[in-house]
Design a protein around this ligand. Structure first.
Ligand SMILES: [Zn+2]
Ligand SMILES: [Zn+2]
Length: 413
């Protein structure tokens, strides 16, 4: 008890300190009190113990918080106004305290060797949070907030961080020449130049942009990021069951959207090039799983084989690739973007279905990451074994479509 009294005495010797800041130093003492009530009580105890007239605690501006804690309801009002036109159910308050304030309170903590002081920002977060809750009727939820309202004390403004919205689905791509995600123009690196008609883009559109266009409007979001389970080549179609993806809408001002209506809106705007089937709302964890998943993929390809090799010989060579481990050095065509290393992937299944005019129709299922074009061409000996190697003639994929991406839906939450 003496120890406590001495500490209070020392604290008051520093000069004007508000009841909030005084009470917070001893935040672990007693229960059911606000810091302000606790601070007031400690001051009364001090006046009684030292027999000091209470009026002599002259009240200057608090040297710790600069009277910040007098403005709790003011900050709460500002948060409520900032959130007025945004849809959300849960929020959390954060406080960015100026370094001077943090230094002042840490100085007292160490001078008095206090054991359990509460930091200024945590009182602000809690008290402003309660006040915002009362004003808006929304729930404070530090674990799963849809919005974080950060009180930037030094700049005297409220900053919002809005949690993204994620949705999971499958996409189909019916037109060649469209990349999965937007690429910066190679000539200007996205700044805009004559080559790209000042769009900054290498390709006029992408699956990502085609899908994100409608949701950007619907969620009043800044942008949409496509997370695909792997990607097909720019000149490959994505047909059959489609490719799983999660779309992440950033900074959405609207959250209450019907998934079915969202799907229709996307399909209306992306048709006829891209189509989606939306399955459910999703989350960041699913994005991570999607990115790491190595599913089997089935491709249907058309192959041009030099010289007059018989269908029988081709069938025979193709069957020799079935169940075989393929060693692939990073293909020539992507070598400028990726590290040169040897990748090992199995051909799970492969079959020559027959001829179409002078070309061979082949269906191949490979482990995720198997380079199909190189499996056929051999990539100048960088991929082995290959169809070209087995036939001892050159072979080349002229069309490639993804038929199926396996084993993904069942493994995602
Ligand atoms: Zn204070
Ligand atoms: Zn350009």
């Amino acid at each position: 008890m003496m120890d406590l009294l001495e500490k209070i005495h020392q604290t008051l010797e520093y000069g004007g300190i508000c009841d909030h800041c005084l009470g917070r130093l001893f935040a672990k003492r007693s229960f059911g009190l606000t810091n302000e009530q606790r601070g007031h009580a400690l001051r009364v105890v001090h006046a009684l113990a030292y027999n000091i007239p209470f009026a002599s605690y002259e009240r200057d501006t608090c040297w710790v918080c600069n009277d910040l804690l007098e403005s709790i309801s003011g900050w709460a009002q500002r948060v409520a106004v900032t959130l007025k036109d945004i849809e959300y159910n849960t929020f959390v308050i954060g406080t960015r305290t100026p370094p001077m304030m943090t230094e002042s309170e840490e100085m007292i903590w160490s001078d008095l060797s206090l054991e359990h002081p509460e930091p200024l920002k945590s009182e602000m977060n809690r008290e402003v949070g309660k006040a915002v809750s009362a004003l808006t009727g929304k729930k404070g939820d530090p674990k799963n907030p849809e919005i974080a309202a950060v009180l930037n004390i030094a700049d005297d403004r409220v900053e919002l961080q809005i949690a993204p919205i994620y949705f999971f689905g499958w996409y189909l791509k019916y037109e060649r020449g469209i990349p999965q995600t937007h690429w910066d123009c190679r000539a200007c690196r996205g700044n805009g130049c004559e080559k790209c008609s000042f769009t900054g883009k290498q390709y006029p559109t992408s699956v990502e942009e085609l899908i994100a266009d409608a949701p950007k409007r619907i969620f009043a979001a800044d942008c949409g990021i496509l997370h695909g389970a792997g990607r097909e080549d720019i000149d490959a179609l994505m047909i059959g069951t489609g490719r799983p993806f999660v779309m992440e809408m950033q900074n959405p001002k609207i959250r209450n959207v019907n998934l079915q209506e969202l799907e229709s809106a996307i399909n209306a705007s992306a048709a006829p090039r891209v189509q989606v089937k939306l399955e459910r709302w999703s989350n960041k964890k699913t994005v991570e799983m999607l990115k790491s998943h190595k599913g089997h993929k089935t491709y249907r390809i058309l192959v041009d084989i030099d010289s007059s090799v018989s269908l029988e010989t081709v069938r025979n060579a193709v069957s020799k690739l079935k169940g075989v481990l393929i060693h692939q050095r990073t293909p020539e065509r992507v070598a400028h973007r990726r590290v040169d290393l040897v990748r090992e992937r199995y051909v799970v299944d492969i079959e020559c279905l027959g001829m179409e005019s002078s070309l061979y129709r082949i269906e191949v299922t490979g482990e995720g990451g198997l380079y199909i074009k190189e499996l056929v061409s051999g990539d100048g000996g960088r991929t082995t074994p290959s169809l070209a190697e087995l036939l001892a003639v050159s072979a080349r994929v002229v069309a490639l479509d993804v038929v199926q991406v396996d084993g993904i839906a069942g493994n995602l939450p």
